[in-house]
Write a protein that binds this ligand. Sequence first.
Ligand SMILES: Nc1nc2c(ncn2[C@@H]2O[C@H](COP(=O)(O)OP(=O)(O)O)[C@@H](O)[C@H]2O)c(=O)[nH]1
Ligand SMILES: [Mg+2]
Length: 470
Amino acid sequence: MRLPLINDLYDAGSRLLGRAGDLVSGGILEQDVRLGVTGLRRAGKTVFVTALVDNLLKAGRLPFLDVVSSGRFQASRLRPQPDPDVPRFELEDHLAALTGPDPHWPERTRGISQLRLSMRYRPNAVLKRTIQPVATLNLDIIDYPGEWLLDLPLLHQSFAEWSALTLDLAGRPPRDELSQSWRGWLATIDPAAPAEEEEARRGAALYTDYLHACRRSENLLSLIQPGRFVEPGDLANAPLLTFCPLPGDRRGRGSLWALMEDRYEAYKKTLVRGFFAEHFAKLDRQIVLIDVLGALNSGPAGMSDMKRALELSLEPFRHGSSGWLDWLLGTKIDRVLFAATKADHVASHQHNSLRHLLDRLVSDARSGIRFEGAQVETMAIAALKSTETVVSEHEGRQLRCVRGVPIGRDRPTVLYPGEIPEDADFPPGRERPYNFMAFQPPADLARETRGLPHIRLDQALQFLLGDYLE
Ligand SMILES: Nc1nc2c(ncn2[C@@H]2O[C@H](COP(=O)(O)OP(=O)(O)O)[C@@H](O)[C@H]2O)c(=O)[nH]1
Ligand SMILES: [Mg+2]
């Protein structure tokens, strides 16, 4: 006979104690949690991780993180790297850039990096408290390019299928202009002809240029595959990256088509599956950073491309729903936070609209995830608050503006950034309606003993880690 009470208690207890490599060692309750931080290039990953770690080390600006506000937090410190083959997140360099005498944003980063931090706190949860009055949470933060997530759909596409889709997309505006050189080259070659390495390299180079042009274009196109072509990590020029889509289906032995197909398959097998098995599948929590304001600046084409890219890159979070993924995704991720970054680019009364817009952008993916039992949340945040909201008079009207030092200027300026639309669709004909400006990091951060100033970083942390710190 089942004893419901005891069973339930046991379940609750083993959930609490058995999660994510928990152990009770040497009398100290110790838990591990792996937090993935992702987002497309320039979404704000580096600044987010830097601000998050700085704030956890100083703990002076985290009123919405319960462990801090309830006085249970004791201390955090950096720990040696746990994984010898993953580059360290260069926290000190990034902090030096932001807080030095000439404050500037950190250098652009590439590939994956990781940092380990441990936090000591007094547990609230009865079960934990009876074991130990002081507990430790080891937090591993893994920063990786969102571009790599976009590769996942390749796993269930053959080279011929992927080529057809990619060629179709490249031939339509606004991509047709950007892909001209590559498509011009395609018109000169015969995919069935014997493979030449030179030819393969030429095609791959032109295709890579096209992908870079998509990112650089004023439409800020997000849908880029394969992701490693623009975010190669340490693999630039490797044969694994020396292919491109080809028309037709010419599997003739020794043909250029066959060579490219082999490399496409090797790319999937080595890089895509490798990343998911070694990194993604081990994550417990995930934050996806999205530069919604940047997409708004880029106009309707950029916005809809970003929506499509988001949907594709969120496939891996829909575990359970897509059978072909299940082998891969023994994923443990049970909380996902989508965050619109750089909220300090707009006045504070706009943050709600920013969040609503983000909700709309991720709504499809979001319902899929919730259905599978993971908790999903959206927020508008700024990892490093670089402006103040001020009220300014303009033609007799009170306008809420932002005050900060715009990039390229040397003194604080008051700007009216405009209002965010609540829906992602644009009135037709208004191609470039927004111009949210970028700002310098604030001056004098070196004197900041409480942690870097932010917007809702603590609420993000509470959602992502709060239950671990109970
Ligand atoms: N105002 C403001 N700008 C930010 C913030 N976070 C990122 N940025 C801007 O976005 C750029 C890209 O951020 P970064 O963290 O390097 O992006 P990553 O490529 O995703 O790592 C930075 O250089 C800043 O200009 C923020 O919280 N506030
Ligand atoms: Mg970065």
